[in-house]
Write a protein that binds this ligand. Sequence first.
Ligand code: CP
Length: 342
Amino acid sequence: MICVMGPDPKDERSAAGGSAAPRPRKKRRQMHLSARHLLGLEGMPAEDIELILQTAVTFKEILGRPIKKVPPLRGMTVVNLFYEPSTRTRISFELAEKRLSADVVSFTTTTSSVQKGETLKDTIKNIEAMKTDVVVIRHRAAGAAHYLASCCDSIVINAGDGAHEHPTQGLLDIFTLKEKLGPLEGRTVLIVGDIAHSRVARSNIFGLTTLGANVRVCGPPTLIPVDVEQLGVEVFYNLDEALRDVDAINVLRIQKERQTGALLPSLREYTNLFGLTRERVELAGPEVVVMHPGPINRGVEITPEVADGPQSVILLQVTNGLAVRMAVLYLLCSGDVNAARR
Ligand code: CP
């Protein structure tokens, strides 16, 4: 079992690296997240984000071993409730749960009694009646994860709720950026595209600004939320200007499924003005990191040449997502496992 332990930061001797006086035994403390659920990165303390990222480093190392399975969630049951399509998040959570030795049940709306009109609350209450412990939810409605946390006893993890938040995507993006760039304080990250409909953008903005990064957003005015500056970001409407001096570019998908009006004259015009091409990447410089949460609309928001190019970390993001989700599950569940075993 991995154990996330660390020296007590209040122990000045440990911070200062020792002294001539006899050393007392170092106090060690179990570290947990400050919240019971992971609903979003808005308001999450920097210490919690750093704890998840540090824990994910350990799990990434475990994932490189021939035997990738570890026992911390043995005896716990995780239910994946996916009310919206997903490839990366769903498979990544399932693998993370299995690698942590949890029992896993996956639910899709198309083959469930949701088709017969069962509500979200009734669905979770019936699932919980089978003694489950954790629910991972993706839902088209912003606030669905918060609602679930208010009406069930399980630990709730938000796997994307409408245009609100996608906290594990934000964390895996930040983990990948730190791997590539080191500490993010003072670094500049540009998020390009459909900011208004993007839960990925919101989670990245909350997490990155908490860690002291500068965040720029760029897109057509119709896809930039009113007052987005209040989230602490700089707004650009011209991509070539936005690209100057950035350390990383996170390109978003045009979310046709969440757009209710005619927000773009045409996809061709969007591609001309905001598509990430090799020429535009060169404006940012040879060291810039290119990211995309997926799925990609190749040839719309990013050219295949850039998506598959040397600066792209798109598949590394997916790899890191597994380690980050293992870290989140481990940290949220270990407190409950310990409580249940006492
Ligand atoms: N990035 C992401 O959330 O992808 P999926 O929709 O495939 O899970």
